[in-house]
Design a binder for this molecule. Structure first.
Ligand code: ZN
Length: 184
């Protein structure tokens, strides 16, 4: 296995559309998935799309939200989910806002609206069909990663850029928001 170079915002590979995986049995696909997992864990990311490691294949990996939020399990030890050729469909026009970051936009975060509920179809790495409804954080992560496969980065989904900021400034921003919420 090896750690791959992560493309950062501005590299054209991040604006390109990835191609469907045609042969799941291709050993190169299996090796790519293993390398993507190693790369994501090394970079302390929660998700990674193949575009981000300069490969235009429709493959995403991510750490799904824990069923039990009280577990103190090390995040890196949780099962990484692998989706091949994912297809999304929104199940509602309703959106909700949440903070997102991205390994291709390092050390930054921003508030992004995402559909609250989506229908996901994809294949696992062994070719088993996935067909399910997702909501909340899980739906957000999958929308973020699938956007990569279509050349879209999260800042392009932001309604306003006033929450696009450096991670290190986020505590200051949060503190000032709380001050603004104090009754006058
Ligand atoms: Zn990303």
């Amino acid at each position: 296995m090896s750690i791959l170079k992560i493309a950062r915002m501005g590299h054209p590979v991040l604006r390109a559309r990835a191609e469907e995986v045609k042969d799941l049995a291709d050993p190169e696909i299996s090796q790519l998935v293993d390398n993507m997992i190693e790369t994501m864990v090394d970079a302390h990311g929660r998700g990674l799309a193949a575009n981000q490691v300069h490969v235009l294949k429709r493959i995403i990996i991510y750490i799904p939200p824990s069923d039990n939020e009280n577990t103190e399990e090390d995040e890196e030890l949780k099962e990484v989910r692998i989706l091949i050729n994912p297809v999304l469909e929104k199940l509602t026009d309703e959106t909700e806002e949440g903070w997102e970051g991205c390994l291709s936009v390092p050390e930054m975060r921003g508030v992004v609206p995402r559909f609250k509920r989506i229908h996901l179809q994809a294949l696992t790495r062994s070719g088993v069909a996935i067909d399910e409804e997702l909501s909340g954080y899980h739906a957000r992560v999958v929308q973020h990663e699938c956007d990569h496969l279509n050349g879209i980065l999260y800042p392009m989904r932001m309604k306003k850029l006033d929450t696009l900021m450096f991670d290190s400034e986020w505590p200051h921003w949060m503190a000032s928001e709380q001050d603004n919420e104090q009754p006058r």
